[in-house]
Ligand binder design. Structure first.
Ligand code: GAL
Length: 467
């Protein structure tokens, strides 16, 4: 036999004392060589982005996410605050003060790493492929920074493609009111990018553009267009976009609706309104498994969140609406569902400055909603109470791995909004067997929702359902 010959060869090369001991050693050596060979094949396939076939009928044990669930520490040191800042500070932590200081020595090292470290899927090959680096510049396939802030992702079943829509903010940052009020960029439009792997993004263009001349138009560049989200209506076969429409001083507080036959537009703008007659600022839309879609919006001076179903064509709200998180002042809602339970990540209301994220959960979409706490894990304490210096915008399910989601957030750069960064991190819903104990006093024990900080990370193999 060939293996026996190989064994004999190894014995002679190793000059062994006793024939049997040597054979054992040789077999072990051979085993190691075979294992190494197998490992290098797997590694090669992994690097090439080749997906392995999992048996879809068997749920994936949480161990697949082991790497993603590792607690990664951040040990950057915050320099001592200067006197001026000590007196002016209004924010929650010295870290946020440092973050908001344009002259911070950490600015281009930790908060907004410069372009030399940009993630460029067209150039990164081999070991660096498919890695997300939260906070770094992220380039599209043309080599330009992706402009899709406050965005959301639509998985289009018609084309098996992901579309990322968001605020196209590649313009000048200025203050609308003589150095007062929030910094702004004139409306340019809604940017759209397509991808098959959630890492390489091709710019499809501005699918809903600003109005340049008509000053009375909602989309006139002097107004505000934020947080666009798109869903597909199976009945009407239309792509429907909802967005926050406002005046420069945020007094209009409305939602806008636009419509398209294709995911890449152009979208036709249908107008804006105050849903249920109420103010609407930060918002999102969520399409449930039964195809009923919902609008979720910060209302009543941002004191209360409202949630209500849309009409069948997704072009309007119905008369049904409930008030949730009353008095809690939450915004930036990002909704998702796991095993029949609804979850929402929200932020506090501090403009472009980061603050603490909270997760809320409910068995029924219209409530009763319960707040279960801060989902952030890792980094350091100040990083966790500032949502890794970012603000929620969307949570994307990875259908092949129930319980694993991508948490999408914006690290806003208030002095240069176009250079705001994306913070994508794994969000995991754990402890699915949340059986209340007999002596649990009747309370529901919610599963833990965790967003894990990673300097770099990638999705586990086999996540891509259609590739
Ligand atoms: C935030 C909001 C952003 C934007 C910003 C303006 O609170 O989440 O979408 O509106 O305020 O300052």
């Amino acid at each position: 036999m060939r293996i026996n010959n190989l064994c004999k060869k190894l014995i002679t090369t190793l000059h062994c004392n006793t024939r049997s001991r040597c054979c054992v050693m040789s077999w072990s050596l051979l085993g190691c060589i075979l294992l190494l060979h197998l490992y290098s094949i797997i590694q090669q396939k992994h690097e090439e982005g080749v997906e392995f076939q999992f048996n879809v009928n068997h749920p994936h044990p949480l161990s697949h996410f082991h790497e993603l669930q590792q607690v990664e520490k951040e040990n950057f040191q915050i320099p001592p605050p200067n006197k001026k800042r000590l007196h002016q500070s209004k924010s929650i932590t010295p870290l946020v003060d440092e973050f908001l200081d344009e002259h911070s020595p950490l600015r281009h090292v930790v908060f907004f790493p410069d372009k030399t470290s940009a993630v460029d899927p067209m150039k990164s090959k081999g070991n660096d492929s498919y890695y997300y680096y939260p906070g770094r510049v992220w380039l599209d396939t043309d080599g330009n920074p992706i402009q899709a802030h406050g965005g959301g992702i639509l998985f289009d079943e018609n084309s098996n493609t992901y579309y990322w829509y968001g605020e196209y903010k590649d313009g000048l940052t200025y203050f609308a009111h003589k150095n007062k009020g929030p910094a702004r960029v004139d409306i340019i439009g809604v940017g759209c990018y397509s991808s098959k792997d959630l890492w390489t993004w091709k710019k499809e263009g501005i699918v809903l553009a600003a109005e340049k001349t008509n000053k009375t138009h909602d989309l006139h560049k002097s107004n505000v267009l934020e947080r666009p989200k798109v869903i597909y209506n199976k009945k009407t076969k239309k792509y429907v976009m909802w967005m926050h429409i406002d005046s420069a001083n945020y007094a209009k507080a409305s939602v806008g609706i636009a419509l398209s036959d294709t995911p890449i537009g152009p979208f036709e703008y249908l107008g804006s309104r105050r849903p249920h007659g109420y103010q609407s600022r930060d918002m999102t839309i969520f399409k449930d498994e039964d195809n009923v879609a919902y609008l979720i919006y910060s209302s009543e001076q941002n004191n209360v969140m409202h949630i209500g179903p849309l009409t069948e064509d997704y072009l309007n709200v119905t008369s049904v609406m409930t008030r949730i998180f009353v008095g809690q002042r939450r915004e930036a809602p990002a909704m998702f569902k796991h095993k029949g339970t609804y979850y929402m990540v929200t932020s506090g209301c501090t403009g472009w400055a980061p603050n603490e994220a909270l997760v809320h959960t409910s068995e029924s979409i219209l409530g009763t909603w319960e707040t279960i706490g801060n989902p952030c894990v890792g980094g350091n304490k100040m990083f966790r109470v500032s949502t890794f210096l970012a603000q929620s915008t969307f949570v994307l399910p990875l259908t092949k791995f129930p319980g694993l989601f991508i948490f999408m957030a914006d690290r806003w750069n208030p002095s240069e909004l176009r250079d705001s960064r994306y913070v994508w991190l794994p969000l995991i819903v754990d402890g699915s067997d949340d059986q209340a104990l007999e002596y649990g006093f009747g309370y529901t024990l919610w599963p833990r929702v965790s967003i894990y900080w990673h300097k770099k990370w990638k999705l586990p193999m086999g996540w891509n359902t259609f590739k």
